[in-house]
Write a protein that binds this ligand. Structure first.
Ligand code: FUB
Length: 463
């Protein structure tokens, strides 16, 4: 997005209610409209892939052209990796609506196997494609040059079972699955119709729909998500009627037969909803989307997360969405380099691609009074100095380091000079006094120049 621009427009109204333009933790993605969360956990990092609702909605329908990645090590502070794949990565998708690539990048899911990252992407109306990369943030390329599942199929969910067999689920109005070969980019054609199996869609498996629908007798609508816990398989899905809710079914096998469970999240503020479930550091989390950002709606959605809790018999408790999001797991270490685009919350800043040799993203569009909030920063016995990689094509400004709130205790002030370019980086530093223990850290940006003071690439403290 540029959610900030929507925020600025909305802020005149909001300022009556809120002192600053700031968000609660949910939605967790605050600088883009995002949807269809697909989390994946590896080595203590939660990788969150999402689809991306464009700021300008075309034809009063989903307007989606690329896919985003965010990461977190604590479920509270999230690092923005920007756009990691686009419709243009699929040569065969040229013939989209209007004969071009212009739209249809719907709900993706990624998985890692043997050091390679596979991203399954539905190109609405054209099929499900697969991209591969050596790194979670790409660059991704299409290894097969054609759809993995051709036709009007959406919402792929990928899962590797303990015996190494990989499955792909997908579909609306019916739920389908296929077994993936070990290469993750081809389908085992020995089952179903050339490898594709459509489920029975019985009421026992997916619950009875309360409103008549000629295409669907059950509550199953779309967005399947396969998950395993204590040898029980769970198929979470978006259920109907519209507005969608989240439901689930269970089975002793990854391919069913399924037994309908219940509703686990009531309809939220967007007319769609989409589940993503992972275990992370001893807890289970449900990712979903709503229309929670200013300017939000059915085609401008936002990804959220809350804890998912099971009953002793394995059934799933209903999740009541929170504004606060889940509790932070562990603390943020300020003595390691922290990418500037890592945030719990922010007031007014944006992110952009960093075009230097290190790549990644940086924070931009920083105006007087804007801030970045980091949750649960553990300063331990105390910090003595702060350094940051900054740039400015104007007169720069200052970064105030405050604890607890935007107006909280000032523990240091770092001066940012003119560096002759928005990405002409310079490392600046300042002394720090009084930062000990665990605090929320606020980087507050100030400058006489008002708007566009500086850009920020990374920061860290010294003990
Ligand atoms: O984001 C476009 C579509 O909306 C997805 O494919 C569905 O799951 C629903 O979230």
């Amino acid at each position: 997005m540029e959610a900030k621009k929507v925020l600025v427009a909305a802020s005149a109204v909001w300022s009556v209610v809120f002192a600053v333009n700031c968000y609660a933790d949910n939605p967790i993605i605050q600088n883009f409209y995002s949807a269809d969360p697909a989390p994946f956990v590896k080595d203590g990092v939660c990788y969150l892939y999402t689809s991306h609702d464009e700021d300008v909605t075309e034809r009063n329908f989903f307007t989606m052209k690329n896919w985003l990645l965010y990461t977190s090590t604590d479920m509270a502070n999230w690092t923005d990796h920007g756009i990691v794949a686009t419709l243009y990565d699929f040569e065969w998708a040229k013939n989209g609506w209007g004969g071009g690539y212009e739209n249809g990048g719907w709900a993706p899911q990624a998985i890692e196997r043997n050091g390679k990252w596979y991203l399954y992407c539905p190109l609405q109306g054209r099929g499900i494609g697969v991209l591969v990369a050596d790194n979670p943030a790409g660059p991704f390329h299409d290894p097969i040059g054609k759809p993995l599942v051709a036709g009007d199929h959406i919402d792929p969910s990928v899962f590797i079972d303990d015996d190494g067999q990989a499955y792909l689920y997908w579909g609306n109005p019916k739920c389908w699955y296929a077994k993936l070969n070990e290469d993750m980019i081809s389908i085992d054609t020995t089952i179903g119709d050339k490898g594709l199996v459509v489920l029975d869609m019985s009421i026992e498996e997916f619950g009875k729909r309360t409103v008549e629908d000629e295409k669907r007798a059950t509550t199953y609508e779309e967005g399947p998500w396969l998950y395993k816990r204590n040898n029980l398989y769970y198929l979470f899905f978006a259920g109907g009627p519209i507005s969608e809710h989240l439901g689930y079914s269970t089975s002793k096998s990854p391919v069913g037969p399924w037994k309908y469970g219940n509703v686990i999240m009531k309809p939220q503020s967007a007319f769609t909803i989409h589940p993503g479930v992972v275990d992370f550091k001893g807890k289970t989390y449900l990712f979903y989307h709503n229309a929670g950002l200013p300017g939000g709606g059915g085609f401008k959605r936002s990804v959220c997360v809350d804890e998912l809790v099971f009953n002793a018999d394995g059934s799933v408790k209903e999740v009541v969405p929170t504004k606060e999001g889940p509790k932070q797991v562990g603390f943020l270490n300020p003595y390691e380099t922290v990418q500037a685009e890592t945030m719990f919350n922010n007031g007014g800043v944006e992110t952009e691609i960093c075009y230097d040799e290190n790549g990644g993203m940086n924070v931009c569009d920083i105006d007087n009074g804007d801030f970045i909030q980091l949750k649960g920063v553990d300063f331990g016995a105390g910090a003595s100095s702060f350094e940051a990689r900054v740039a400015s094509y104007k007169s720069g400004g200052k970064i105030e380091l405050r604890l607890g709130s935007k107006d909280g205790k000032l523990v240091g002030t770092c001066v940012v000079p003119h560096t002759q370019g928005w990405q002409k980086w310079k490392t600046v530093s300042c002394t720090v006094e009084g930062a000990t223990g665990v605090n929320d850290l606020f980087l507050v940006f100030v400058g006489d120049n008002g708007i566009d003071l500086m850009t920020l690439n990374w920061w860290k403290f010294k003990k």
